[in-house]
Design a protein around this ligand. Structure first.
Ligand code: ATP
Ligand code: MG
Length: 200
């Protein structure tokens, strides 16, 4: 049945090969998410914790430029729909805040070692809620299977360890959020920041 449904399209594309190409291009998508990206100083300090953690766990450390906190995960979005994300984000207004990275942990279900916050300002929950609502209103639902918990993945494929390194808490001033795309890279995953919005 599926084949017979597809046949007219195949025959049409034989007659007009550029149509096939156009259809293929329209299908192109990107795996995208909204995130907080640290500046150079905070990224450097997070990397230092990752280096210490790596000494204790057999694992793959995240490169410094990949360190981030995911706010909302969209997954595959057709490239033609990416501008909807920008339009939805441009409607939001939110204030700056500071995060205190003061704890770390290991999750057995996905074998990551992370650094995160014991507590975080209500503005962050507000921002995440607003982002998710604005995206849903734009017909772009986000993954909600996990409650939001701000964390930076430091190590992947990590072994459980008795103790993670102690570290001095990191003060992270947050003044923007970004849209990022992920794609497989030879040395793990690669992220590209596509665009961002300021907190005022
Ligand atoms: P890979 O999946 O290739 O091992 P990755 O998890 O870093 O690498 P993505 O799966 O594209 O790359 O995820 C991008 C970001 O979104 C990461 O911070 C990831 O933790 C987060 N993320 C992925 N899937 C979900 C989800 N279902 N819910 C919430 N956050 C997610
Ligand atoms: Mg993933």
């Amino acid at each position: 049945k599926g084949l017979s449904l597809a046949r007219p399209a195949i025959e049409a594309s034989r007659r007009r090969p550029w149509r096939c190409c156009a259809a293929w291009m329209a299908e192109a998508s990107q795996r995208v998410f909204l995130a907080l990206w640290p500046g150079a100083e905070v990224a450097g300090r997070l990397q230092h914790i990752a280096l210490e953690a790596e000494k204790r766990c057999g694992s793959r450390r995240m490169r410094r430029d990949t360190l981030h906190i995911t706010l909302a995960f969209l997954g595959e979005v057709a490239e033609s729909r990416l501008p909807l994300i920008g339009e939805a984000m441009a409607t939001l207004q939110a204030g700056r805040f500071r995060l205190r990275i003061d704890t770390s942990g290991y999750w057995a279900h996905n074998r990551i070692v992370w650094a995160g916050c014991r507590a975080w300002p209500a503005q962050l929950d507000g921002l995440v809620g607003d982002i998710r609502c604005a995206l849903a209103d734009a017909g772009l639902p986000v993954a909600t299977e996990n409650a939001f918990f701000p964390h930076v993945t430091l190590l992947r494929k990590a072994q459980a360890v008795a103790a993670l390194p102690e570290f001095e808490s990191i003060d992270w001033p947050v003044d923007a959020w970004v849209l990022a795309a992920s794609s497989p890279a030879s040395d793990g995953v690669g992220y590209r920041r596509l665009t961002g919005w300021p907190l005022t």
